[in-house]
Design a protein around this ligand. Structure first.
Ligand code: ASP
Length: 329
């Protein structure tokens, strides 16, 4: 080894030792200021609902406020890039759904790598979806919806929260099952999309039960079916799309929590512990149950549980998306 290489090696060892020691010191005092939880969609939508539900109990366990911040646009990828570039100190956290797994195939120039740029905290919740229409839409049930679409395809609009949002994926599956092609209208989240559905500006929307159950119960929207193979306890009278003829139509939206790559493991452990406490909080559990949403088994609410699931989901979705030929630049 040349003297130059030897110096470089020593320097690297010193830096590594320092990084470990500094991480340990940081972790001891963590958190000593408020934490930001980035939501990749607009306020009031389903992802935002989940984030705000867990932010309070997480903050209580961590002894600091967890502030929810909405960084919207491009199906959640703008927020993911922001978090990937944030300081790896545990003060910027990220909650995202399965869009994290579909983005690599959907976006040609993705400015982050879901498998390289993050630390994994754990899976969060699993949420079914519902197919809805504005209240005064002419079709009263799924059979009528199919006939209406056949006769009026060019007049029907379908809202979504941008390329890679689950409302987009559900809409694609729906159009492919019905062998139709509707006019799609992208929003910065299904919060604002729902406002337009309620206001009658857009016709159809597939969205998570974390936003839709109360609106369905209050009959403020029309519902054609749920996207699970079994009916939901929160909506026992709403048939599944599967039982109405769309065999195998199933979308259940999983969510995960992330931090920037190289956040010290001791800090990730503290955040994970707070997430686990929040998900077992009786009030959170009750609210989720009322929305027919499930807390995953606790072995999935772990860094390894999320990482393994994300890898499997990227493998599952990438060929499907490539085959469908849908891309963003
Ligand atoms: N439901 C949205 C989606 O389609 C996200 C949201 O607004 O929370 O991905």
């Amino acid at each position: 080894m040349t003297p130059h290489n030897k110096t470089l090696k020593t320097l690297k060892t010193v830096l590594l030792a320092c990084a470990l020691a500094c991480g340990a010191v940081q972790a001891q005092t963590y958190p000593d200021k408020p934490i930001t939880l980035v939501v990749p969609f607009a306020a009031g939508g389903p992802t935002d609902v989940v984030a705000r539900m867990i932010a309070i109990p997480m903050g209580k366990s961590l002894g600091q406020t967890v502030l929810v911040e909405n960084t919207v646009g491009a199906g959640g990828t703008i927020a993911a890039s922001r978090v990937a570039r944030s300081a790896p100190n545990g003060y910027t956290l990220f909650i995202h759904h399965m869009g994290m797994a579909t983005a690599p195939a959907l976006y040609k120039k993705l400015p982050f790598d879901p498998l390289k740029d993050f630390e994994y905290i754990g899976q969060v919740v699993d949420v079914p979806m519902t197919m809805l229409a504005r209240k005064d839409f002419p079709a009263n049930n799924f059979a009528e919806l199919q006939s209406y679409i056949k006769a009026n395809k060019d007049k029907v609009s379908l809202a979504n929260a941008g390329l890679g949002a689950v409302s987009h994926l559900c809409g694609l599956l729906f159009m492919s099952a019905l062998e139709t092609d509707l006019t799609t209208v992208p929003y910065k989240g299904t919060g604002p999309a729902m406002n337009d559905l309620l206001g009658g500006q857009v016709d159809l929307l597939c969205d998570q039960t974390t936003q839709t159950v109360p609106l369905i119960k209050e009959a403020r929207v029309k519902v054609y079916g749920v996207t699970t193979l079994k009916r939901l306890s929160a909506l026992p009278n709403v048939p599944t799309l599967d039982e109405q003829g769309l065999k195998g139509f199933e979308v259940k939206v999983w969510h995960g929590m992330y931090a920037a790559k190289d956040t010290p493991a001791a800090i990730i452990d503290k955040i994970n512990a707070a997430l686990r406490v929040a998900l077992q909080d009786p009030m959170v559990k009750q609210r989720l149950a009322d929305l027919s949403s499930d807390v995953p088994p606790m072995d999935k609410v772990t860094p390894a549980g999320l990482r393994t699931h994300l890898e499997a989901e990227i493998k599952k979705w990438s060929p499907v998306i490539r085959k469908a030929g849908i891309y963003a630049d």
